[in-house]
Write a protein of this length. Structure first.
Length: 110
């Protein structure tokens, strides 16, 4: 049984390509399986140390970009949780549109 949720935002499934830039290194995930919310995302990615700053880019009709920080890391590259820490107002709108589109896709699939 799952304990109480500490999440601040509802999540939606994400399987879009994602790019993480960590310093000079770029990590591309063609089929990023995970979830997305207005506050961050969790995706299948290689291990990154907690508190690592990352630049996130999600491929979509209107691509989304934000600065973030790793808040959680599953061992063996099973996934990382990233909190969004800064984004432009345009990117905030792109994120809202992307989440709405993903939720519509979920509703059609069920």
């Amino acid at each position: 049984m799952e304990g109480p949720s500490i999440r601040h935002f509802p999540r939606t499934w994400l399987n879009n390509p994602v790019e993480l830039r960590v310093g000079e290194k770029t990590i591309r995930i063609e089929k990023a399986l995970g979830n997305l919310s207005p506050g961050g995302l969790f995706i299948n990615a290689e291990e990154l140390p907690v508190n690592t700053p990352v630049h996130v880019k999600i491929a979509a009709r209107r691509p989304f970009e934000a600065e973030g920080v790793v808040r959680f890391c599953e061992p063996h590259g099973e996934g990382v949780g990233i909190e969004f820490t800064a984004m432009t107002e345009d990117n905030r709108k792109h994120l809202e549109e992307l989440i709405a589109e993903l939720l519509q896709n979920e509703a059609r699939a069920s």
